[in-house]
Design a protein around this ligand. Structure first.
Ligand code: SIN
Ligand code: CO
Length: 373
């Protein structure tokens, strides 16, 4: 592995200890004798290629515009205020790949790509925040960076870029070729070209736990190997047909518990899953629904029933209907359990329910899940 020093006088150990994910640092002449890896024309040629990820950002007058590559043409280089950015140049160019590999003092699992931007005088992408660490290496020409660690992350409305509404920089640096600025995630920054310039962004990645968790569950789903199916040869007559029974829950907990999750997740999952209507079932929403007040009066005077297609189950405080779940307590719970077991509520039997119950029933009525008796 070839790792030269790309941190000027700092050693990788010092850099990681004092700056990485902690605070910005400007490193003058970070890479001794640095030479750009790609000419401007070679970069422009990449922007026209289908398999290369590129963006053109123009800031002509006061209007920001963003176009995604492949880019059939670019504005003239003597026109101020535009920039083109090419992502993943290391995937297409050996020199860029070599340069990126010099940053392997950070683990490969964190290293993302080398992005190269070209800008004409005054060009840039505006003031923004990034979610990832970045080294901004000035390759050709000069760029003025202004940075700050602000709490206000609100964005300007109506522009195609995520630009900070109230950028409040606290430090300013003019970078020349070979200089490099390191920024931890979430530092506000804005780089403006002074004359034509090219900047290399050595970018990193750090997955969110949510994205990893979702992917992990997909991975686990492919590994699942549970044998057999639910059996109930010892079933006894049951006065509460809509209730998820103890034995069913016990078996489900034994089997699904092997995959992790909390005991109550199994209950909720099972109720939602088993109350899911068949794929061919469509509910027709009521065309001209009564008002909530009239609905409530009609429930009291007529009573209601589940529509034929509705599937309703319950267990303890959990009520399941058509793949959805809710929690109910007190009188509401008893009323809903009665509706599930009898598939109907006779006139007056919902009278003791809360306003929440009436609203829930009203929602089900509008969706066509229940009807009047
Ligand atoms: C640029 O190179 O113009 C943008 C880089 C960045 O701000 O992350
Ligand atoms: Co940025």
């Amino acid at each position: 592995m070839k790792v030269n020093n790309v941190l000027g006088d700092l050693t990788p150990r010092e850099f990681l200890r004092d700056y990485w994910q902690k605070k910005p640092v400007l490193i003058r002449q970070a890479i001794p004798g640095f030479k750009p890896v790609l000419s401007r024309d070679a970069l422009f040629a990449l922007t026209a290629r289908e398999e290369v990820e590129s963006r053109l950002i123009t800031h002509f007058g006061s209007q920001w515009k963003l176009s995604h590559g492949p880019l059939a043409s670019l504005p003239p280089t003597n026109r101020k205020g535009w920039t083109v950015l090419v992502q993943g140049v290391n995937l297409h160019d050996d020199g860029a790949d070599d340069l990126l590999s010099q940053f392997r003092f950070i683990p490969d699992a964190r290293l993302d790509d080398l992005m190269i931007s070209y800008a004409t005088d005054t060009g840039g992408v505006g003031a923004h925040l990034d979610s990832y660490d970045v080294f901004l290496l000035q390759a050709e020409g000069c760029r003025r960076w202004r940075i700050g660690r602000q709490r206000d992350h609100s964005l300007i409305d109506g522009v195609p870029l995520k630009l900070l509404r109230n950028f409040a920089p606290t430090t300013e640096y003019l970078l020349e070729p070979g200089d490099m600025l390191y920024l931890p995630p979430q530092w506000a920054h804005e780089g403006v070209a002074e004359g034509e310039c090219m900047t290399y962004s050595i970018g990193f990645r750090a997955p969110t736990w949510q994205e990893l968790g979702e992917s992990y569950l997909g991975f686990l789903a492919e590994q699942v190997d549970l044998r057999g199916r639910y059996q109930d040869s010892q079933l006894t007559p049951n006065a509460h047909p809509a209730r998820l029974g103890n034995d069913m829950l016990k078996q489900a907990r034994q089997q699904l518990g092997k995959l992790g999750g909390r005991a109550q997740d199994v209950v909720i999952f099972l109720g939602e899953h088993l109350s899911e209507p068949k794929p061919s079932v469509w509910f027709t929403p009521v065309e001209r629904p009564l008002s909530l007040a009239r609905f409530s009066a009609a429930v009291a005077s007529k009573g209601l029933r589940l529509s034929r297609q509705s599937r309703m189950l319950y267990r303890d405080k959990y009520i399941f209907i058509n793949g959805e779940s809710l929690q109910a307590g007190g009188a509401d719970r008893l009323i809903l359990q009665g509706l599930a077991d009898n598939r109907a509520l006779v006139a007056g039997s919902a009278n003791a329910g809360s306003d929440d119950l009436v609203e829930t029933l009203y929602d089900w009525y509008q969706q066509g899940w229940i009807r009047f008796l």
